[in-house]
Write a protein that binds this ligand. Structure first.
Ligand SMILES: NC(=O)c1ccc[n+]([C@@H]2O[C@H](COP(=O)([O-])OP(=O)(O)OC[C@H]3O[C@@H](n4cnc5c(N)ncnc54)[C@H](O)[C@@H]3O)[C@@H](O)[C@H]2O)c1
Length: 342
């Protein structure tokens, strides 16, 4: 992985980096919200992008779809984008996932750069090269690996985010701490809300992800540690997408972490105090989330999970910083855990 990281304050070297690539066209991809809220601060900080072409797509997980992908490809052709163009994704994780996938497939692959504008995409989705769209309600059903050339991290974009969206990124930071180290977990427990939005804290969280990706870029083994909370979390997110109360990715992952910690207790005697701490985070930051899920609702999505081979497998922990990969979980235990919390 050669992705370069540029931080707020490093705009000049970021500009130089892009100039040295000799791209013949810079094309910004934004969604309706990032277009409305982020382009002004983007042009203020990176004025050289003012004259880049712009493609705008509708926002939200529902639009991580084949239809929108086709729209982006059509727009790239309309803009006469050559093999030497670069796509600059300005938005959250949905935007970088579909933007990355468009770039990876257009003319057999053009470069792309991520400028994340949500906390979740700053600490997680912008890095690691997993690009994807959803299909038939299944998250990330179609995708390829292609790393961004660069990431530009600037918390200024967080200022326009509605509170619940801003906070949802904390779920992935907590996951990073659970798979990484007790010290980081203890540090987060002492954080005031605003601490999570500081540049050095965001950079550190992204660094944790980077280390896991570097161990196993193609997700064959070690990188699957990053899936903690995601087997159940993705199933909850996919199910909720088709209800009157869709959940943000981070919100679903928070619930997934909760259930998967309880399964870790059953299988590896993990200390219940960790789940109690997580519950405190839910009470503080996600008070609207309810642990009320029905096994039958989630089952179709659990079975479709990419990580699974017919059985239900998860990344769990044995203790903080000690991950157990591809653990087969008995459906009866899963059912029991979900029912216990209904
Ligand atoms: N590829 C990966 O490694 C990876 C990792 C984690 C998550 N993901 C994916 O990321 C997605 C979730 O990302 P997300 O939580 O960023 O959601 P999102 O991209 O849907 O953004 C949430 C909402 O905030 C809006 N928005 C974005 N920036 C804004 C800003 N600065 N001000 C105001 N509004 C803004 C968006 O338009 C959207 O409506 C999921 O699809 C998930 O699967 C991918």
């Amino acid at each position: 992985m050669t992705t370069q990281l540029f931080l707020a304050g490093e705009e000049q070297i970021f500009k130089l980096f892009i100039e040295q690539k000799n791209y013949d066209q810079c094309i910004i991809l934004a969604d309706a919200k990032s277009n409305g809220f982020c382009l002004k601060p983007l042009y203020e900080n990176l004025s050289f992008l003012k004259y880049a072409s712009l493609i705008t797509i509708p926002d939200g997980e529902y639009n991580k779809s084949v239809d929108i992908l086709t729209f982006i490809w059509d727009e790239l052709i309309r803009l006469k984008a050559s093999k030497n163009a670069v796509l600059i994704n300005v938005g959250g994780g949905v935007l970088s996932d579909i933007g990355g996938f468009s770039a990876a497939t257009y003319k057999r692959g053009i470069d792309y750069i991520n400028i994340p504008t949500t906390l979740l995409s700053m600490v997680d989705a912008s890095l690691g090269g997993k690009t994807a769209i959803d299909l038939q309600g299944i998250k990330n059903a179609i995708g390829v690996f292609k790393h961004p050339e660069a990431i530009y991290l600037n918390p200024i974009f967080l200022n326009s985010l509605p509170n619940h969206i801003k906070i949802s990124g904390i779920a992935e930071m907590l996951k990073h701490a659970l798979i990484e180290s007790l010290a980081l977990w203890e540090e987060y427990k002492l954080f005031a809300l605003e601490d999570f939005f500081k540049l050095n804290v965001i950079q550190n969280a992204l660094h944790v992800k980077r280390q896991w990706v570097l161990k196993d870029e193609l997700d064959g083994k070690e990188r699957q540690a990053l899936n903690l909370g995601h087997t159940i979390g993705h199933a909850i997110e996919s199910y909720a997408l088709h209800t009157a109360q869709p959940l943000l990715h981070g919100e679903a992952i928070m619930l997934g972490l909760y259930y998967e910690l309880e399964i870790s207790e059953h299988l590896f005697n993990v200390d219940i105090s960790i789940r109690k701490d997580l519950k405190q985070f839910i009470i503080r930051f996600f008070p609207h989330l309810k642990c009320q899920h029905n096994y039958k609702d989630l089952l179709p999505y659990l079975i479709q999970d990419k990580k699974n081979d017919g059985s239900i497998r998860m990344s769990l922990i044995k203790s903080i910083g000690d991950v157990a990969l591809q653990v087969e979980v008995d459906p009866i235990l899963l059912q029991k855990v979900l029912m216990a919390n209904e």
